[in-house]
Design a protein around this ligand. Structure first.
Ligand code: BDR
Ligand code: CA
Length: 310
């Protein structure tokens, strides 16, 4: 059994990523930790607890930090809806998270299973940075940290240069990328290129007909509207699910390059950008394996499999 620890701001594509993890027969989810990002912290927790209930799982869900380390929280209600799951009227309230702060849980789980835990981050890196600040040796004890965040081709989604998860808490991202963790970075470029699903493909997923398939496609309503307004096409991209799919099956990443990744924490127009030193011009030591190509077919097949679970 592989041990996973998932840190998430539980918006719609995070929820689908959770479904992928819950469906993996060889994975034990040690904990799901909540961070503020697309949703407020309490909303993220309600959403994760709802998904847990939907699949009948027992993984503990813990609250983490409710704001970035140094900056005010930027959310993206226009992308995922005010409740983060598309505003489709789901009862996303009244559930109780498990006790313990995310940063402590991250630390405890990794210390309990040195070298065994795959950490998957689907939101801003605030909780992980806090855990590393408290216990820097953790970095050497993690099997792998798959980060959905950044871009490797300079094409941002929240600003022209930056991807949302890194932009929200760039200081946290800088700490994490500078920690010595064994990072696999799955940037938004991978989602844009290999996990952009058309309306017809999404409808075909929903037609699988299970509770999970209907839920996954219905909660993309807001994202679908948001993307359509920008591209003129009915489609949605799935950054967190493709990152999770790669964590579950590394062969979905078909080209990975080892690079120095620099996080821009300045307050200029590139704040939150991830500068990937593809030509080794900085002289900096490489700190991440950066996914630059992936298999769309394998990703969609994995998604179909996960959503088909009754
Ligand atoms: C990231 O931001 C959120 O919209 C998604 O859940 C993903 O984690 C993509 O930039
Ligand atoms: Ca997310």
């Amino acid at each position: 059994m592989r041990r996973f620890l998932i840190d998430t701001d539980t918006a719609s594509d995070d929820a689908i990523a959770l479904l992928l993890a819950f469906a993996a027969p060889d994975v034990r989810i040690e904990a799901i930790t909540m961070v503020a990002g697309n949703c407020r912290l309490d909303q993220a927790a309600q959403n994760a607890l709802y998904v847990r209930e939907l699949v009948g799982a027992e993984a503990p869900v813990h609250l983490g930090r409710d704001a970035p380390l140094l900056r005010p929280l930027v959310m993206a209600a226009d992308v995922h809806g005010h409740d983060g799951l598309g505003d489709i009227g789901l009862p996303l309230h009244g559930r109780t998270a498990d006790p313990g702060h995310a940063a402590d849980v991250i630390r405890t789980v990794i210390r309990r299973h040195p070298g065994e835990v795959t950490l998957v981050t689907l939101g801003p890196l605030t909780n992980v940075a806090l855990a590393l600040l408290r216990d820097p040796e953790l970095a050497g004890l993690v099997r792998e940290c798959v980060v959905m965040g950044g871009v490797s081709d300079g094409f941002g989604n929240i600003t022209p240069a930056a991807e949302f998860n890194i932009y929200v808490d760039p200081e946290a991202a800088k700490i994490v990328f500078g920690s010595g963790l064994k990072i696999t970075m799955v940037g938004w470029d991978i989602s844009r290129k290999y996990a952009l699903l058309s309306g017809a493909e999404l409808d075909a997923l929903k037609a699988i007909g299970t509770k999970r398939a209907r839920f996954a496609v219905d909660i993309l309503a807001a994202v679908r509207r948001y993307v359509s307004e920008r591209t003129g096409e009915d489609c949605a991209d799935l950054p967190d699910p493709i990152a999770m799919a790669i964590a579950l099956d590394p062969t979905i990443a078909t080209k990975v390059v080892r690079r120095a990744v620099i996080v821009d924490t300045s307050d200029g127009p590139s704040m939150g950008a991830t500068l990937v030193d593809h030509h080794a011009v900085t002289g900096r030591t490489a700190n991440a394996d950066v996914v630059v190509e992936a298999s769309r077919e394998k990703f969609i097949a994995r998604l179909r499999q996960a959503l088909a679970v009754a």
